[in-house]
Write a protein that binds this ligand. Sequence first.
Ligand SMILES: C[S@@+](CC[C@H](N)C(=O)[O-])C[C@H]1O[C@@H](n2cnc3c(N)ncnc32)[C@H](O)[C@@H]1O
Length: 370
Amino acid sequence: MLSRRLLHDLSDQGEITDRWAAALHTVPRHRFVPDVIYLHERGRPGNDLVPLRRADDPGRWLELVYSNEAINTQVNDGHPAPDGTGFEVTSSSSQPSVVAGMLAELDPQPGQRVLEIGTGTGWNAALLAHTVGADNVTTVEIDPTVAAHARAALDATGYGAVTTIVGDGALGWPDGAPYDRAISTVGVTTVPYPWVDQTTPGGRIVVPLTNSYHSPGVVVLTRHDDGTASGRLAGPASFMTLRAAREPRVNGADFTAPAIAKSTTDLHPHRVAGNRDAATAIGLRVTGIWWSWQTTGDLGKLWLYAPDTRSWASLELRTHPPYPVEQAGPRQLWDDVTGAYRWWLESGEPTVTDWLVTVGPDGQRIELQL
Ligand SMILES: C[S@@+](CC[C@H](N)C(=O)[O-])C[C@H]1O[C@@H](n2cnc3c(N)ncnc32)[C@H](O)[C@@H]1O
């Protein structure tokens, strides 16, 4: 079980409702997290995800499982390097406050049928089972090894009636439809239509939306009679994406084009990368741009890069403006980002909840609706 003190703290901070605190307390997370978990080791070059084996340090393992942190449970699709390390998290148990927040948005009621995409450890499926009844929960996982671990954990904890499916969750699970609720614990840029189609009219669908520039957060959709679903963004969340939709790993060696444009700006990098409302708008208006922050003491550099054309740009934060800007490659990334930022300012600085997401058989639209 999660520590009472942690749940109490989260409840006090308004991060988790009493209903879900009680569920998290009842369904023991440590029975679902595998014995080997992976920790980021800062500054380690290459494979920076290092295994922590429960047998080697049971106290540390338990402390992490009892913390309000995501726990990395698989790296490199289950194929770590010979020394056990990895470079990419491919399965995890999400942060308890995020899990509780998404379940609160989903608001499943006893007896309702629920579809979950991304079984992972099985913990979220068990929380759903605890709430709606195990035989009302269907969960889909793409990785057979991950799914087998979850299956065993569900059986061992009394939630054996949950239906676990090994397959591509983007297709939902039509054999179990219709569902009253659907929840994805994998991020998507575009909500797959089968999730809408397999949800009953009036039903609710909760999905973390991802975006290379800035993941907008969790969208809460309501399924309508006409076959579409629409809804607004709720809390922030950052999730791994569906396996097939993963972006190739960005490799620094691909971004060697010399700077072809040098300029300066008075715009502080925080304005375009550190403000959730602005970054959400920029991410929805530019395509395929990523950013990272390189710290140097109190200052640093904002790097922008676009793998499609190997374009890059940088903004060097100095003690005061103007800040030097460099751009390289066919795309002028700083110009793209500041153009989108200006649009956001001129549009009255809309917040994340001003965006309406609509999903139908023809695809997904995200539009400003104040
Ligand atoms: C953040 S983890 C899920 C956490 C999980 N709900 C839990 O309680 O532990 C995301 C999971 O989605 C799985 N996944 C990735 N792509 C998928 C896909 N196309 N279909 C189904 N599952 C997928 C990953 O293998 C991973 O186990």
